[in-house]
Design a binder for this molecule. Structure first.
Ligand SMILES: O=C(O)C1=C[C@@H](OP(=O)(O)O)[C@@H](O)[C@H](O)C1
Ligand SMILES: C=C(OP(=O)(O)O)C(=O)O
Length: 430
């Protein structure tokens, strides 16, 4: 999807506070759950307002290689998926997941339902990202998984045939996506399956998104009151006409632009009934001095005259960690972001990337194993910001350019992972 992006993009500063209504694309997390669940369902589903980006492309590409009929209209975001009732049509396939964690972690449990061998690989970074907890769980459920390069990592070869039922424990300490991946395919296990999340479960609200999309396609999961143990009885997804809501993480950049400039931004299509945990970023903006209105079908943020610094545990909504890091230098006090060690295993080592790039902009940062303390300088200075092939580095640090003349974003094309039109939308703030 990289297409026509320049090597470097200079961000022109805003001359006045923003005042805009900004539409953001469909949620990556919801899109990739809905597409895979639609493929497992009995009959044809229509997924509307689906995100069209690298991450959803790689899932659709994998489904097609597996023999599913997937028809996408990129302009409207409508995707028709012919579900095969839990059958994986192709007995063997070569699959590529790019650097999409959702594809890397959701697909392998579904591949256990097919014959195989299925060979699955990803980008060099995906080969470094954790897979071991999921691979171990699949092996315990009767799937043969071979790591052809490094134990616990891509590339892998899966030979399936069945997914046993029973009881299984999986660690959620590195990624919640392992648990979500198991949950999505669990209704097709040979017998009832109980999954226990052990250790600290990071990014917990994403598990709620999984349960919500499963429920929308007709499958209920019984969760223990502490949301640690999940019981899934054998069931079949029913096909749906399913609208994907806008992406809350993508919206965070525009909410932050209102905060940064003392302006107003409204994002339609998101509201109080959303399961997306990244809307907790709004609580952070509120504590920094913003006024927040959450309606049924839109959210509006008004920025203050001066932003306050905050101390915040972002474990549950860490995709917005970089958004906060990018506006923190403009607050009146330091900001501390805690409990986000797991982001070191994502598109890049995000704590290290943020600390390095903020330092380049003249901002003092104290980095620990799992936290950042950002100390606002007298003046944020211009710089060419490196993005480490991380869409969120590019999207977040562009916000600095809205305030400081001379900020350039290196490799802006990396935004295609989740938001190909990001810089066009950012231009709509003018
Ligand atoms: O399940 C999902 O859709 C996601 C879960 C989170 O990952 P981790 O659980 O690995 O933190 C999040 O960071 C990612 O962008 C999307
Ligand atoms: C962590 C992210 O992605 P992934 O789904 O690849 O884990 C992200 O989008 O910030």
């Amino acid at each position: 999807m990289r297409g026509t992006f320049p090597e470097e993009l200079k961000i022109p500063p805003l001359e006045r506070p923003v005042d805009a209504t900004i539409r953001v694309p469909g949620s990556k997390s919801v899109t990739n759950r809905a597409l895979l669940i639609a493929a497992l369902a009995t009959g044809t589903s229509t997924v509307r307002n689906a995100l069209m980006s690298d991450d959803s492309y790689w899932l659709m590409d994998a489904l097609r290689r597996l023999g599913f009929d997937v028809r996408a209209e990129p302009a409207s975001g409508t995707v028709r998926v012919e579900g095969r009732a839990g059958e994986i049509p192709a007995p063997t396939a070569e699959l590529y997941v790019g650097n999409a964690g959702t594809v890397a972690r959701f697909l392998p449990p579904a591949l256990s339902l097919g014959a195989g061998p299925y060979r699955v690989d990803g980008t060099p970074r995906m080969r470094e990202r954790p897979m071991e907890d999921l691979i171990d769980a699949l092996r315990r459920l009767g799937t043969r998984v071979e790591c052809t390069s490094k134990p616990g990592h891509f590339p892998i070869v899966i030979r399936g045939g069945t997914l046993h039922g029973g009881r299984i424990a999986i660690s959620g300490a590195k990624s919640s996506q392992f648990l979500s991946g198991l949950l999505i395919s669990a209704p097709y296990a040979a017998a009832p399956l109980s999954i226990e999340a052990t250790g600290e479960l990071v990014s917990k609200p994403y598990v709620d998104i999984t349960l919500e999309v499963m429920r929308a396609f007709g499958v209920e999961v019984e969760a223990s009151p502490d949301s640690r143990i999940f019981h899934i009885s054998p069931a079949r997804y029913t096909p749906q006409d399913y609208p994907v809501e806008p992406d809350a993480s993508a919206a965070s950049y525009f909410f932050a632009a209102a905060a940064l400039t003392g302006g107003r931004v409204r994002v339609p299509g998101l509201g109080r009934h959303s399961a997306q945990g990244d809307l907790r970023f709004l609580e952070v903006l509120h504590r920094m001095g913003c006024k927040i209105k959450i309606n049924d079908n839109h959210i509006e943020v008004r920025g203050p005259h001066t932003l306050r610094g905050v101390e915040v545990d972002m474990n549950a909504f860490s995709d917005t960690m970089m958004t906060l890091a990018a506006i923190a230098p403009f607050a009146t006090e330091p900001t501390t972001i805690r409990n986000v060690e797991h982001t070191r295993h994502q598109e890049t080592d995000r704590l290290s990337a943020v600390a390095t790039e903020l330092s380049r902009l003249g901002v003092r940062v104290r980095e620990t194993r799992d936290s950042l303390r950002i100390i606002p300088p007298k003046r944020v200075r211009p710089a060419i910001v490196e993005t480490y092939d991380d869409h969120r580095m590019a999207m977040a640090f562009a916000l600095v350019g809205l305030k400081v003349p001379g900020v350039c974003i290196r490799d802006p094309g990396c935004v295609t992972k989740t938001f190909p039109g990001y810089f066009r939308r950012l231009g709509e703030l003018r």
